[in-house]
Design a protein around this ligand. Structure first.
Ligand code: PMP
Length: 287
C-alpha cells in the first residue's frame, strides 16, 4: 500500500506530494506544526493540539488554512487512507510561497498545509518505557519564543544528535541560569524525594506540551503534589524519579542523566502510574 500525504487540497502518493521550492517554510522555517498521537485508530487530545496550532499561527500572524472542523476531516481522511491504527499524525502549516524575501509577502498568500500519518509500534515504546531512557544535558541555544511550535528545529536536531552520540535518547536543555528548560522534543519532569512532581512553569522558554497538560490532569486526579517551577540539573540528579512527556512518548521514564543514575536507576512508580493512567484522562476522539 503506498502512503498518501495531504498537500494543499489533494491527497497524493509520497512521490507526488510536492511543496514549492520558494515556500517560506523551506526558505525561512516560517512555519508551525503539530504531532498528534493515534491510539487504536482514535485521536488523542485533538482539541488541545488544534487549539495550540491556532495559537502558534496567531502568534506568527500566519493565516489559518481552514477551520477546525475541516482540518479534523482532513486528518481523519489521511489516517483512513494510510490505515493507521497506532501512530502519529503530523501537520505543518507554512506562511505560503512567494519570491524569497525576508519580509512577509505584501499580497495575501495561501498558507501551505501538509498532513501525513505514520504507524508506530506501541509495543516498542512500551518496551522502552519498561527500562527507561537516558538524557544528556546541554545549553539551550534556541530562540526566545520556544512557546511557539515552529519548525525551526535545527538546535533541537543538533542537541538530539549529540545526545545520541552519547547513548542518550533525549537532550535536556539548560538555560543561562542553570535551570532545565525542557527536552529537545519533550517536556522535562522530576519527582523529588518527598514525592513532589516538578515541571517548569509555562513561559516563553518552553513549549506548552499537550502531554504535559494532560499529565497534570492525571496528577490532579490522583492528588499528587505538583509544583510548576524551574529546577536545576543538580536537583534533577538528586531526584527520586525523572521523566519526559510528549505526544509520541506519552510519559517516558528517565533513568540516567549525564551518565548518572536517577533514584535507583529504574523507572519509578510515580512515572509508571502517570504512564499507565494517561489515556484514561486524555481526550480520545473517534474518527
Ligand atoms: N517541548 C518541545 C520542544 C517539543 O518539541 C515537544 C514535542 N513536539 C514537547 C515539548 C512536547 O509537546 P507535546 O506533549 O504536545 O507533544
Amino acid at each position: 500500500m503506498s502512503r498518501i500525504i495531504y498537500v494543499n487540497g489533494s491527497y497524493r502518493p509520497y512521490a507526488d506530494a510536492l511543496v514549492h521550492a520558494e515556500d517560506r517554510g523551506f526558505q525561512f522555517a516560517d512555519s508551525v506544526y503539530e504531532v498528534i498521537e493515534i491510539l487504536g485508530g482514535k485521536l488523542v487530545d485533538a482539541t488541545r493540539h488544534l487549539v495550540r496550532l491556532e495559537r502558534s499561527l496567531g502568534e506568527l500572524g500566519i493565516r489559518t488554512p481552514m477551520g477546525r472542523a475541516s482540518l479534523q476531516l482532513v486528518i481523519r481522511e489521511v489516517i483512513r487512507r494510510n490505515r493507521v491504527r497506532d501512530g502519529v499524525v503530523y501537520l505543518q502549516v507554512t506562511r505560503g510561497e512567494g519570491p524569497r524575501d525576508f519580509a512577509f509577502p505584501d499580497d495575501e498568500v495561501e498558507p501551505t498545509l501538509v498532513v501525513l500519518a505514520r504507524s508506530q509500534q506501541r509495543e516498542k515504546n512500551n518496551a522502552l518505557a519498561a527500562v527507561g531512557i537516558a538524557v544528556k544535558t546541554m545549553p539551550d541555544r534556541r530562540w526566545g519564543r520556544s512557546d511557539i511550535k515552529t519548525v525551526m528545529l535545527l538546535p533541537a536536531c543538533l542537541a538530539k544528535d549529540a545526545a545520541k552520540q552519547d547513548g542518550a535518547r533525549e537532550a535536556w536543555f539548560v538555560d543561562s541560569e542553570g535551570y532545565i528548560t525542557e527536552g529537545a522534543s519533550s517536556n522535562a519532569w522530576i519527582v523529588t524525594r518527598d514525592r513532589v512532581l516538578v515541571t517548569r512553569q509555562l513561559d516563553h522558554r518552553i513549549l506548552g506540551g499537550v502531554t504535559r497538560a494532560t499529565a497534570l490532569d492525571v496528577a490532579r486526579e490522583y492528588q499528587m503534589k505538583v509544583e510548576q517551577r524551574a529546577f536545576t540539573r543538580a536537583e534533577a540528579l538528586d531526584a527520586e524519579e525523572a521523566f519526559i512527556t510528549s505526544a509520541t512518548n506519552t510519559v517516558m521514564p528517565v533513568v540516567r542523566i549525564d551518565g548518572q543514575p536517577v533514584g535507583n536507576g529504574k523507572p519509578g512508580i510515580v512515572s509508571q502510574r502517570l504512564r499507565s493512567q494517561f489515556h484514561q484522562c486524555a481526550e480520545i476522539s473517534a474518527l
